[in-house]
Design a binder for this molecule. Structure first.
Ligand code: LLP
Length: 452
């Protein structure tokens, strides 16, 4: 569905229902209301930090993590937050403090975890293109005091990667190190996910190895001196709202784990990846308890620990993007609100046809009665530069702050310097306090490393 037609269907939502209790309008409905993140007004943050700025609620991240963790109850499980969704150090620290483990896909993400002191036994490493340097670093990553060094498990995605891991491991072990733990990431051949770009578990996708190849590789390296098979993993896609693909893939993973145990390869971990969908406008996310119950039913009889890799579900609803109105204009039949955030700040609308709700940080009763359909666009020189199309917005004026909702996941991390624009500031709200957790870039940052 094109972004335009999707936005068009949303006829009644001018302001979204509170997606998370940590964001709410306060004040008199008959006069002026201010949108608060926990105990701080977003208009105040915009005034103090400037715009565009990403704002994250600590309480919202904590609430999402705890709800999901609690849902699994007594089932042995580990939540491995997918760092790619939002890798700000302060956000990672919030999750580390909650006891979260982490799913990484690059040396850069590993480095971020090292900087905040996450021990190796809380890290799993996925990704189709791990380089020799990344494998080298992860094998030698500091463990916790109680465990040997290295990360919890490498999710190996091809036979060639396995060869590289074995070669690196043999060097490491010859120098006195211990065997790395590994699992194979299978391509489950299950279609799921909200947009073609974010579906990953189909047979035509680059991720993982086929079921047959996985079996061969497990058996070929059954008694390896250089690595220990510890698990099996899969990731189906993102923005999933149905239990069916999870059940389908996990049932298959479980039967593989049983088969491998019979072959003398008992596994400790079974990893079903991330993908839990969230509500941007009108989607109906899976209830954590329902999701957990369905997975637990399949995994419990195996006696394996279940790993899940949620990204968006933990941080998406916890973040908003603040932007200020620069101009309004009408071109023939179209009304435009031109704001100071652009596609370089939030690429999801144009890349995935994603709809992020947009509302004013301060709403006036009189303005609400004059809602009109507008395209909310940025200053970048492309027609692809829009945050929303045909969005019903109350009357706004230059200088007003707009709030782009549900931007905590895949927002800042996918931002760029296109058009020589400085990347936005990031702010963390904790109760009545807020602090900048990443400064807005300056022009020196933009030319760092360049030579004349
Ligand atoms: N595990 C693996 C191996 C993944 O590749 C991903 C996401 C996740 C976990 C986390 O998935 P989540 O729970 O966040 O759905 N940029 C896109 C999303 C790309 C997701 C890529 N992989 C977007 O903005 O929608």
């Amino acid at each position: 569905m094109s972004p335009k037609s999707r936005a068009k269907r949303i006829t009644r939502i001018v302001e979204p229902a509170p997606f998370t209790p940590c964001f709410a309008y306060r004040g008199s409905p008959s006069a002026r209301q201010n949108l608060f993140c926990e105990g701080v007004s977003l208009d105040r943050i915009a005034g103090s930090v400037g715009t565009p700025a990403y704002v994250y609620s600590r309480g919202s991240i904590e609430g999402a993590y705890r709800a999901l963790d609690r849902a699994f109850g007594s089932l042995p499980h580990t939540l491995c937050y997918a760092v790619k969704a939002n890798s700000n150090l302060a956000v990672l620290r919030v999750l580390a403090d909650l006891g979260s483990s982490f799913d990484i896909v690059s040396g850069g993400e590993l480095d971020r975890l090292r900087r905040i002191g996450v021990p190796g036994n809380r890290i799993v490493f996925s990704g189709v293109g791990k380089t020799v340097e990344e494998i080298h670093e992860a094998i030698r990553y500091p463990g916790s005091r109680s465990r040997s060094a290295g990360i919890l498990v490498f999710h190996v995605e091809s036979a060639a990667e396995l060869d590289l891991l074995l070669a690196e491991a043999s060097r490491h072990i010859s120098a006195g190190g211990s065997r790395p733990n590994a699992s194979l990431r299978v391509n489950p051949d299950v279609m799921a996910g909200g947009h073609p770009h974010i579906a990953t578990g189909g047979r035509g996708h680059k991720f993982g190895v086929s079921w047959d190849e996985a079996r061969q590789l497990y058996l070929a390296h059954k008694d390896s001196r250089w690595l220990a098979w510890r698990g099996i993993s899969a990731h189906l896609g993102s923005q999933i709202f149905s239990l069916r693909p999870y059940r389908q893939a996990l049932t298959r993973l479980a039967s593989y784990a049983r088969d491998l145990a019979r072959e003398g390869i008992p596994l400790d971990y079974i990893d079903i990846g991330g993908g839990l969908g969230i509500r941007y406008t009108r989607e109906s996310p899976l209830v954590p308890a329902t999701y957990a119950r369905a997975l637990a039913r399949i995994v419990r009889p195996l006696g394996c620990r279940l790993l899940i890799e949620p990204g968006r579900a933990l941080v998406g609803p916890a973040g908003v993007l603040l932007t200020r109105v620069l101009y309004e204009k009408a071109n023939r039949a179209k009304n435009f609100v031109i704001v100071d955030a652009a596609m370089n700040d939030l690429i999801r609308p144009v890349l995935y046809g994603a709809t992020h709700a947009i509302t004013p940080a301060v709403r006036h009763r009189s303005a609400r009665t004059k809602a009109t359909r507008v395209d909310v666009v940025g200053p970048v020189c492309e027609s692809a530069d829009f945050l929303a199309r045909d969005w019903l917005l109350p009357q706004v004026r230059p200088g007003d702050v707009l709030v782009v909702w549900t931007a905590g996941a895949y927002g800042f991390v996918q931002s760029s310097n296109y058009n020589a624009r400085r990347r936005a500031a990031e702010v963390l709200v904790e109760g009545r306090k807020f602090r900048i957790v990443r400064e807005r870039e300056n022009y020196d940052d933009l030319v760092r490393g360049e030579q004349l």
